[in-house]
Design a protein around this ligand. Structure first.
Ligand SMILES: *Cc1c(COP(=O)(O)O)cnc(C)c1O
Length: 453
Protein backbone atom coordinates (compact mmCIF):
# COMPACT_ATOMS: atom_id res chain seq x y z
CA UNK A 1 0.00 0.00 0.00
CA UNK A 2 1.25 3.45 -0.80
CA UNK A 3 2.09 5.46 2.25
CA UNK A 4 1.09 8.70 0.54
CA UNK A 5 -2.40 7.75 -0.62
CA UNK A 6 -3.92 5.94 2.32
CA UNK A 7 -6.19 8.08 4.54
CA UNK A 8 -7.80 5.51 6.84
CA UNK A 9 -5.57 2.71 8.06
CA UNK A 10 -7.77 -0.14 9.24
CA UNK A 11 -6.42 -3.11 11.13
CA UNK A 12 -8.41 -6.28 10.40
CA UNK A 13 -10.48 -7.45 13.38
CA UNK A 14 -8.56 -10.71 13.65
CA UNK A 15 -5.36 -8.75 14.20
CA UNK A 16 -6.74 -6.93 17.27
CA UNK A 17 -4.23 -7.51 20.13
CA UNK A 18 -5.07 -10.41 22.47
CA UNK A 19 -2.90 -9.09 25.30
CA UNK A 20 -2.53 -5.78 27.07
CA UNK A 21 1.01 -4.44 27.44
CA UNK A 22 2.25 -3.76 30.97
CA UNK A 23 5.08 -1.20 31.08
CA UNK A 24 5.96 -2.24 34.65
CA UNK A 25 7.87 -5.13 33.07
CA UNK A 26 10.26 -2.73 31.37
CA UNK A 27 10.71 0.23 33.71
CA UNK A 28 14.32 1.14 34.50
CA UNK A 29 13.19 2.41 37.94
CA UNK A 30 10.43 0.31 39.53
CA UNK A 31 7.42 2.11 40.93
CA UNK A 32 7.49 3.28 44.53
CA UNK A 33 4.86 1.35 46.49
CA UNK A 34 1.44 2.82 47.19
CA UNK A 35 1.13 3.68 50.90
CA UNK A 36 -1.76 3.20 53.29
CA UNK A 37 -3.38 6.61 53.99
CA UNK A 38 -3.25 6.16 57.79
CA UNK A 39 -0.37 3.79 58.63
CA UNK A 40 1.77 5.12 55.74
CA UNK A 41 3.08 1.57 55.27
CA UNK A 42 3.21 -0.08 51.81
CA UNK A 43 -0.20 -1.40 50.82
CA UNK A 44 -0.99 -5.08 50.60
CA UNK A 45 -3.64 -6.51 48.27
CA UNK A 46 -5.98 -6.90 51.28
CA UNK A 47 -5.91 -3.12 51.82
CA UNK A 48 -7.35 -2.55 48.34
CA UNK A 49 -9.90 -5.36 48.51
CA UNK A 50 -12.74 -3.23 49.97
CA UNK A 51 -12.59 -1.06 46.84
CA UNK A 52 -11.31 -3.23 43.96
CA UNK A 53 -11.67 -6.82 42.76
CA UNK A 54 -8.65 -9.14 42.93
CA UNK A 55 -8.47 -9.33 39.14
CA UNK A 56 -7.66 -5.63 38.98
CA UNK A 57 -5.45 -5.61 42.08
CA UNK A 58 -3.35 -8.34 40.46
CA UNK A 59 -2.94 -6.16 37.34
CA UNK A 60 -2.10 -3.15 39.50
CA UNK A 61 1.01 -4.83 40.90
CA UNK A 62 1.89 -7.16 38.04
CA UNK A 63 5.32 -7.00 36.42
CA UNK A 64 4.43 -9.43 33.65
CA UNK A 65 4.91 -7.86 30.23
CA UNK A 66 1.71 -9.13 28.60
CA UNK A 67 -1.65 -9.70 30.30
CA UNK A 68 -4.39 -11.59 28.51
CA UNK A 69 -7.55 -9.72 27.52
CA UNK A 70 -10.49 -11.89 28.67
CA UNK A 71 -12.53 -13.22 25.71
CA UNK A 72 -15.73 -11.53 27.04
CA UNK A 73 -13.95 -8.17 26.98
CA UNK A 74 -12.43 -8.83 23.53
CA UNK A 75 -15.88 -9.54 22.12
CA UNK A 76 -17.17 -6.19 23.40
CA UNK A 77 -14.04 -4.36 22.19
CA UNK A 78 -15.06 -5.50 18.70
CA UNK A 79 -18.03 -3.09 18.85
CA UNK A 80 -15.53 -0.45 17.73
CA UNK A 81 -12.01 -1.92 17.81
CA UNK A 82 -9.55 -1.96 16.19
CA UNK A 83 -10.05 1.80 15.95
CA UNK A 84 -8.89 3.57 12.80
CA UNK A 85 -5.58 5.37 12.40
CA UNK A 86 -6.05 8.33 10.05
CA UNK A 87 -3.44 10.08 7.98
CA UNK A 88 -4.31 13.78 8.43
CA UNK A 89 -3.98 14.76 4.77
CA UNK A 90 -6.35 17.72 5.23
CA UNK A 91 -4.44 19.10 8.20
CA UNK A 92 -1.09 18.59 6.47
CA UNK A 93 -2.38 20.58 3.52
CA UNK A 94 -3.73 23.35 5.76
CA UNK A 95 -0.32 23.60 7.43
CA UNK A 96 1.53 23.27 4.13
CA UNK A 97 3.80 20.72 5.76
CA UNK A 98 5.80 17.80 4.40
CA UNK A 99 5.47 16.07 7.77
CA UNK A 100 3.29 12.98 7.93
CA UNK A 101 0.66 13.52 10.65
CA UNK A 102 -1.47 10.61 11.86
CA UNK A 103 -4.22 10.49 14.44
CA UNK A 104 -5.49 7.43 16.25
CA UNK A 105 -9.22 7.98 16.58
CA UNK A 106 -10.69 6.70 19.83
CA UNK A 107 -13.85 8.78 19.34
CA UNK A 108 -15.39 5.89 17.36
CA UNK A 109 -16.20 4.05 20.59
CA UNK A 110 -19.95 4.06 21.40
CA UNK A 111 -19.35 6.63 24.16
CA UNK A 112 -17.06 8.80 22.04
CA UNK A 113 -13.77 8.37 23.90
CA UNK A 114 -11.00 5.96 24.86
CA UNK A 115 -12.52 5.51 28.34
CA UNK A 116 -14.53 2.43 27.39
CA UNK A 117 -11.24 0.51 26.87
CA UNK A 118 -10.89 0.41 30.65
CA UNK A 119 -14.53 0.63 31.75
CA UNK A 120 -15.34 -2.76 30.18
CA UNK A 121 -12.58 -4.80 31.84
CA UNK A 122 -13.09 -3.01 35.16
CA UNK A 123 -16.77 -3.92 35.24
CA UNK A 124 -15.97 -7.43 34.00
CA UNK A 125 -13.54 -8.20 36.87
CA UNK A 126 -15.98 -6.76 39.43
CA UNK A 127 -18.80 -8.88 38.07
CA UNK A 128 -16.59 -11.98 38.28
CA UNK A 129 -16.28 -11.26 42.01
CA UNK A 130 -20.04 -10.92 42.58
CA UNK A 131 -20.11 -7.13 42.94
CA UNK A 132 -23.44 -5.64 41.81
CA UNK A 133 -22.90 -1.88 42.13
CA UNK A 134 -20.05 0.49 41.22
CA UNK A 135 -19.42 4.10 42.24
CA UNK A 136 -17.18 6.54 40.46
CA UNK A 137 -16.44 10.19 39.88
CA UNK A 138 -16.39 11.97 36.56
CA UNK A 139 -14.93 15.29 35.47
CA UNK A 140 -16.07 16.23 32.01
CA UNK A 141 -18.43 13.26 32.02
CA UNK A 142 -16.67 10.90 29.62
CA UNK A 143 -15.59 8.43 32.27
CA UNK A 144 -19.03 8.39 33.90
CA UNK A 145 -20.59 7.77 30.50
CA UNK A 146 -18.21 4.90 29.74
CA UNK A 147 -18.73 3.26 33.12
CA UNK A 148 -22.50 3.71 32.82
CA UNK A 149 -22.53 1.82 29.52
CA UNK A 150 -20.12 -0.89 30.71
CA UNK A 151 -22.24 -1.44 33.85
CA UNK A 152 -25.37 -1.71 31.74
CA UNK A 153 -23.72 -4.23 29.37
CA UNK A 154 -22.67 -6.44 32.30
CA UNK A 155 -25.82 -5.83 34.39
CA UNK A 156 -24.39 -3.78 37.29
CA UNK A 157 -25.79 -0.65 38.96
CA UNK A 158 -23.77 2.56 38.47
CA UNK A 159 -23.54 5.66 40.70
CA UNK A 160 -21.64 8.67 39.34
CA UNK A 161 -20.47 11.77 41.26
CA UNK A 162 -19.96 14.45 38.61
CA UNK A 163 -17.81 17.55 39.22
CA UNK A 164 -20.24 20.45 39.58
CA UNK A 165 -18.75 22.78 36.93
CA UNK A 166 -19.20 20.06 34.29
CA UNK A 167 -22.58 18.95 35.63
CA UNK A 168 -23.77 22.53 35.04
CA UNK A 169 -21.88 23.13 31.75
CA UNK A 170 -22.64 19.76 30.17
CA UNK A 171 -26.22 18.65 30.84
CA UNK A 172 -26.11 16.23 27.89
CA UNK A 173 -23.45 14.21 29.67
CA UNK A 174 -25.74 13.60 32.62
CA UNK A 175 -28.57 12.77 30.25
CA UNK A 176 -26.56 10.16 28.38
CA UNK A 177 -25.52 8.55 31.67
CA UNK A 178 -29.23 8.39 32.51
CA UNK A 179 -29.94 6.86 29.10
CA UNK A 180 -27.45 4.11 29.97
CA UNK A 181 -29.27 3.64 33.29
CA UNK A 182 -26.79 5.26 35.70
CA UNK A 183 -27.57 7.57 38.59
CA UNK A 184 -25.59 10.83 38.30
CA UNK A 185 -25.38 13.59 40.94
CA UNK A 186 -23.54 16.91 41.09
CA UNK A 187 -20.43 16.87 43.31
CA UNK A 188 -20.00 18.06 46.01
CA UNK A 189 -23.33 16.49 46.95
CA UNK A 190 -25.15 16.27 50.24
CA UNK A 191 -25.19 12.46 50.03
CA UNK A 192 -21.76 11.96 51.61
CA UNK A 193 -19.84 13.35 54.57
CA UNK A 194 -17.00 14.49 52.24
CA UNK A 195 -19.48 16.29 50.00
CA UNK A 196 -21.15 18.03 52.94
CA UNK A 197 -17.74 19.11 54.26
CA UNK A 198 -16.69 20.54 50.89
CA UNK A 199 -19.95 22.48 50.66
CA UNK A 200 -19.54 23.82 54.19
CA UNK A 201 -16.03 25.00 53.31
CA UNK A 202 -17.15 26.73 50.11
CA UNK A 203 -20.81 26.60 49.04
CA UNK A 204 -19.87 28.00 45.61
CA UNK A 205 -17.04 25.57 44.83
CA UNK A 206 -16.92 24.48 41.16
CA UNK A 207 -16.03 21.06 42.52
CA UNK A 208 -12.86 19.08 41.76
CA UNK A 209 -12.11 15.51 40.81
CA UNK A 210 -10.41 15.13 44.18
CA UNK A 211 -13.67 15.96 46.00
CA UNK A 212 -15.75 13.72 43.73
CA UNK A 213 -13.32 10.82 44.30
CA UNK A 214 -13.74 11.22 48.07
CA UNK A 215 -17.51 11.00 47.64
CA UNK A 216 -17.38 7.92 45.42
CA UNK A 217 -14.88 6.13 47.69
CA UNK A 218 -16.89 6.97 50.82
CA UNK A 219 -20.06 5.61 49.18
CA UNK A 220 -18.29 2.38 48.14
CA UNK A 221 -16.74 1.83 51.57
CA UNK A 222 -20.16 1.84 53.18
CA UNK A 223 -21.71 -1.01 51.18
CA UNK A 224 -20.60 -4.62 50.79
CA UNK A 225 -22.22 -4.99 47.36
CA UNK A 226 -20.37 -1.94 46.04
CA UNK A 227 -16.89 -1.31 44.70
CA UNK A 228 -15.23 1.83 43.44
CA UNK A 229 -13.91 2.38 39.95
CA UNK A 230 -11.34 4.92 38.71
CA UNK A 231 -11.08 6.00 35.07
CA UNK A 232 -7.42 6.99 34.97
CA UNK A 233 -4.20 7.33 37.03
CA UNK A 234 -3.94 3.73 38.31
CA UNK A 235 -1.66 1.13 36.74
CA UNK A 236 -4.45 -1.22 35.68
CA UNK A 237 -6.13 1.59 33.73
CA UNK A 238 -2.89 2.29 31.85
CA UNK A 239 -2.60 -1.43 31.16
CA UNK A 240 -6.09 -1.52 29.60
CA UNK A 241 -5.41 1.53 27.45
CA UNK A 242 -2.27 -0.09 25.99
CA UNK A 243 -4.44 -1.61 23.28
CA UNK A 244 -4.35 1.83 21.62
CA UNK A 245 -0.59 2.00 21.13
CA UNK A 246 -0.27 -1.66 20.23
CA UNK A 247 -2.77 -1.16 17.41
CA UNK A 248 -0.96 2.02 16.30
CA UNK A 249 2.30 0.09 15.94
CA UNK A 250 0.64 -2.50 13.73
CA UNK A 251 -1.10 0.20 11.70
CA UNK A 252 2.12 2.17 11.17
CA UNK A 253 3.74 -1.07 9.97
CA UNK A 254 0.92 -1.44 7.43
CA UNK A 255 2.00 1.84 5.81
CA UNK A 256 5.69 1.13 6.34
CA UNK A 257 6.17 4.09 8.66
CA UNK A 258 7.43 4.64 12.22
CA UNK A 259 6.78 7.75 14.34
CA UNK A 260 9.42 10.29 15.31
CA UNK A 261 6.98 11.75 17.83
CA UNK A 262 3.99 10.26 19.68
CA UNK A 263 1.72 12.79 21.40
CA UNK A 264 -1.15 12.46 23.88
CA UNK A 265 -2.94 14.81 26.25
CA UNK A 266 -2.56 14.18 29.98
CA UNK A 267 -5.27 14.35 32.59
CA UNK A 268 -4.61 11.38 34.84
CA UNK A 269 -2.40 10.06 32.05
CA UNK A 270 -4.27 7.01 30.76
CA UNK A 271 -4.80 7.85 27.08
CA UNK A 272 -1.22 9.09 26.81
CA UNK A 273 0.01 5.92 28.54
CA UNK A 274 -2.16 3.93 26.16
CA UNK A 275 -0.64 5.31 23.00
CA UNK A 276 2.91 5.87 24.31
CA UNK A 277 3.86 2.93 26.57
CA UNK A 278 3.95 0.28 23.82
CA UNK A 279 6.78 2.34 22.28
CA UNK A 280 8.88 2.22 25.48
CA UNK A 281 10.52 -1.14 24.69
CA UNK A 282 11.59 0.24 21.28
CA UNK A 283 12.94 3.34 22.95
CA UNK A 284 14.88 1.30 25.49
CA UNK A 285 16.28 -0.71 22.57
CA UNK A 286 17.65 2.49 21.05
CA UNK A 287 14.91 3.74 18.69
CA UNK A 288 14.70 7.51 18.57
CA UNK A 289 11.01 8.03 19.23
CA UNK A 290 9.89 10.99 21.36
CA UNK A 291 6.88 10.45 23.63
CA UNK A 292 5.24 13.76 24.55
CA UNK A 293 2.49 14.28 27.15
CA UNK A 294 0.52 17.54 26.94
CA UNK A 295 -1.20 19.17 29.90
CA UNK A 296 -3.23 22.36 30.24
CA UNK A 297 -1.38 25.40 31.61
CA UNK A 298 -4.25 25.70 34.09
CA UNK A 299 -3.34 22.33 35.64
CA UNK A 300 0.40 21.81 34.97
CA UNK A 301 0.93 18.65 36.98
CA UNK A 302 4.19 17.46 35.43
CA UNK A 303 5.62 20.74 34.15
CA UNK A 304 5.17 22.70 37.41
CA UNK A 305 4.26 20.16 40.10
CA UNK A 306 6.52 18.06 42.31
CA UNK A 307 7.24 14.30 42.33
CA UNK A 308 6.06 13.25 45.77
CA UNK A 309 3.65 11.08 47.70
CA UNK A 310 0.14 12.52 47.68
CA UNK A 311 -3.46 11.46 48.08
CA UNK A 312 -5.65 10.93 45.05
CA UNK A 313 -8.58 12.70 46.67
CA UNK A 314 -9.25 15.72 48.82
CA UNK A 315 -10.31 13.89 51.99
CA UNK A 316 -7.29 11.57 52.15
CA UNK A 317 -9.28 8.30 51.82
CA UNK A 318 -7.24 6.97 48.91
CA UNK A 319 -3.81 5.37 49.16
CA UNK A 320 -0.86 7.73 48.84
CA UNK A 321 0.79 7.44 45.46
CA UNK A 322 4.20 8.74 44.42
CA UNK A 323 3.40 10.91 41.45
CA UNK A 324 3.72 14.33 39.87
CA UNK A 325 1.24 16.44 41.79
CA UNK A 326 0.09 19.99 42.44
CA UNK A 327 -1.30 18.94 45.84
CA UNK A 328 -4.67 17.28 46.43
CA UNK A 329 -6.18 20.63 47.50
CA UNK A 330 -5.39 22.27 44.16
CA UNK A 331 -8.48 23.75 42.49
CA UNK A 332 -7.75 24.29 38.81
CA UNK A 333 -9.54 27.06 36.89
CA UNK A 334 -12.81 25.89 35.30
CA UNK A 335 -11.27 25.36 31.84
CA UNK A 336 -13.27 23.60 29.16
CA UNK A 337 -11.07 20.51 29.09
CA UNK A 338 -12.71 19.16 32.26
CA UNK A 339 -11.05 15.76 31.79
CA UNK A 340 -7.64 17.34 32.34
CA UNK A 341 -8.45 19.07 35.64
CA UNK A 342 -6.74 16.61 38.00
CA UNK A 343 -4.05 17.52 40.55
CA UNK A 344 -2.03 14.32 40.06
CA UNK A 345 -0.61 12.23 37.25
CA UNK A 346 -0.41 8.47 36.84
CA UNK A 347 2.54 7.10 38.90
CA UNK A 348 3.70 5.16 35.82
CA UNK A 349 3.74 8.26 33.61
CA UNK A 350 5.31 10.28 36.45
CA UNK A 351 8.14 7.78 37.03
CA UNK A 352 8.92 7.49 33.32
CA UNK A 353 8.97 11.29 33.16
CA UNK A 354 11.47 11.37 36.05
CA UNK A 355 13.58 8.84 34.18
CA UNK A 356 13.58 10.96 31.03
CA UNK A 357 11.79 8.40 28.88
CA UNK A 358 8.86 10.70 28.25
CA UNK A 359 8.58 14.48 27.87
CA UNK A 360 5.90 16.86 29.11
CA UNK A 361 4.73 20.24 27.90
CA UNK A 362 1.81 22.54 28.68
CA UNK A 363 -0.43 24.69 26.49
CA UNK A 364 -2.95 27.50 27.01
CA UNK A 365 -6.62 26.95 26.26
CA UNK A 366 -7.10 29.56 23.49
CA UNK A 367 -4.24 28.09 21.45
CA UNK A 368 -5.81 24.68 22.02
CA UNK A 369 -9.13 25.80 20.57
CA UNK A 370 -7.41 27.54 17.67
CA UNK A 371 -5.85 24.16 16.85
CA UNK A 372 -9.19 22.40 17.37
CA UNK A 373 -10.89 24.77 14.90
CA UNK A 374 -8.19 24.23 12.29
CA UNK A 375 -8.45 20.47 12.77
CA UNK A 376 -12.28 20.44 12.60
CA UNK A 377 -12.28 22.37 9.35
CA UNK A 378 -9.49 20.35 7.75
CA UNK A 379 -10.39 16.83 8.94
CA UNK A 380 -14.12 17.10 9.64
CA UNK A 381 -13.95 15.56 13.11
CA UNK A 382 -14.70 18.01 15.95
CA UNK A 383 -12.18 16.96 18.59
CA UNK A 384 -12.73 16.86 22.36
CA UNK A 385 -11.11 19.86 24.09
CA UNK A 386 -8.86 17.39 25.94
CA UNK A 387 -7.63 15.73 22.75
CA UNK A 388 -7.11 19.15 21.19
CA UNK A 389 -4.16 19.68 23.54
CA UNK A 390 -2.39 16.92 21.62
CA UNK A 391 -3.43 18.46 18.30
CA UNK A 392 -1.95 21.83 19.35
CA UNK A 393 1.44 20.24 20.01
CA UNK A 394 1.33 18.11 16.84
CA UNK A 395 0.72 21.28 14.82
CA UNK A 396 3.53 23.12 16.64
CA UNK A 397 5.92 20.22 15.98
CA UNK A 398 5.00 20.15 12.29
CA UNK A 399 5.50 23.91 11.97
CA UNK A 400 8.84 23.71 13.77
CA UNK A 401 9.98 20.92 11.46
CA UNK A 402 9.00 23.03 8.46
CA UNK A 403 11.14 25.91 9.72
CA UNK A 404 14.05 23.55 10.29
CA UNK A 405 13.56 22.02 6.87
CA UNK A 406 13.07 18.48 8.15
CA UNK A 407 10.31 15.93 7.62
CA UNK A 408 8.87 14.12 10.59
CA UNK A 409 6.33 11.41 11.19
CA UNK A 410 3.97 12.56 13.95
CA UNK A 411 1.27 10.46 15.64
CA UNK A 412 -1.29 11.86 18.06
CA UNK A 413 -4.02 10.26 20.09
CA UNK A 414 -7.41 11.77 19.27
CA UNK A 415 -8.82 10.46 22.54
CA UNK A 416 -12.41 11.53 21.85
CA UNK A 417 -14.82 13.64 19.83
CA UNK A 418 -16.15 16.99 21.00
CA UNK A 419 -19.79 16.83 20.01
CA UNK A 420 -20.81 17.11 23.66
CA UNK A 421 -18.45 20.06 24.11
CA UNK A 422 -20.00 22.52 21.70
CA UNK A 423 -20.63 25.10 24.44
CA UNK A 424 -16.85 25.37 24.73
CA UNK A 425 -16.52 25.91 20.97
CA UNK A 426 -19.29 28.50 21.11
CA UNK A 427 -17.40 30.25 23.87
CA UNK A 428 -14.26 30.31 21.76
CA UNK A 429 -16.05 31.50 18.62
CA UNK A 430 -17.74 34.36 20.46
CA UNK A 431 -14.39 35.53 21.85
CA UNK A 432 -15.25 34.79 25.47
CA UNK A 433 -12.52 32.28 26.22
CA UNK A 434 -9.69 33.18 28.58
CA UNK A 435 -6.28 31.70 29.25
CA UNK A 436 -5.39 30.59 32.76
CA UNK A 437 -2.24 29.59 34.57
CA UNK A 438 -1.85 29.40 38.34
CA UNK A 439 0.70 31.71 39.96
CA UNK A 440 3.75 30.21 41.70
CA UNK A 441 2.23 31.33 45.00
CA UNK A 442 -0.98 29.38 44.31
CA UNK A 443 0.98 26.23 43.52
CA UNK A 444 3.22 26.66 46.58
CA UNK A 445 0.15 27.13 48.81
CA UNK A 446 -1.46 23.98 47.49
CA UNK A 447 1.78 21.97 47.82
CA UNK A 448 1.79 22.80 51.54
CA UNK A 449 -1.05 20.28 51.90
CA UNK A 450 1.15 17.36 50.76
CA UNK A 451 1.13 14.61 53.39
CA UNK A 452 4.26 14.16 55.50
CA UNK A 453 5.70 10.67 55.65
C1 LIG B 1 -10.84 11.61 30.28
C2 LIG B 1 -10.32 12.08 29.00
C3 LIG B 1 -9.00 12.53 28.89
C4 LIG B 1 -8.07 12.65 30.05
O1 LIG B 1 -7.83 11.49 30.79
P1 LIG B 1 -6.53 10.62 30.67
O2 LIG B 1 -6.66 9.59 31.70
O3 LIG B 1 -5.36 11.53 30.89
O4 LIG B 1 -6.53 10.06 29.32
C5 LIG B 1 -8.55 12.90 27.64
N1 LIG B 1 -9.35 12.87 26.56
C6 LIG B 1 -10.63 12.47 26.64
C7 LIG B 1 -11.47 12.49 25.41
C8 LIG B 1 -11.15 12.05 27.85
O5 LIG B 1 -12.40 11.63 27.93
Amino acid sequence: MSREKLTKIILPEERMPRFWYNVQADMPTPLSPALHPETKQPLGPEDLAPLFPMGLIAQEVSTERFLEIPPEVRELYKLWRPSPLYRAHGLEKALDTQCRIYYKYEGVSPVGSHKLNSALPQVYYNKMEGITRLTTETGAGQWGTALALACKLFGLECMVYMVRVSFDQKPYRRMIMNVYGANCVSSPSTLTESGRQALAKDPDTPGTLAIAISEAVEDAMQRADTHYSLGSVLNHVCVHQSIIGQEVKLQMEMVDDYPDIVIGCCGGGSNFAGIAFPFIPDKLAGKKVRLVGVEPSACPTMTRGVFAYDFGDVAGFTPMLKMCTLGHDFTPAGIHAGGLRYHGESPLVSQLYQDGLIEATSVMQKGVFEAAMLFSRAEGIVPAPESSHAIRVAIDEALKAKEEGIIKSIVLNLSGHGQMDLTAYDNYLSGQMEDYAPTDEEIQASLKTLPTL
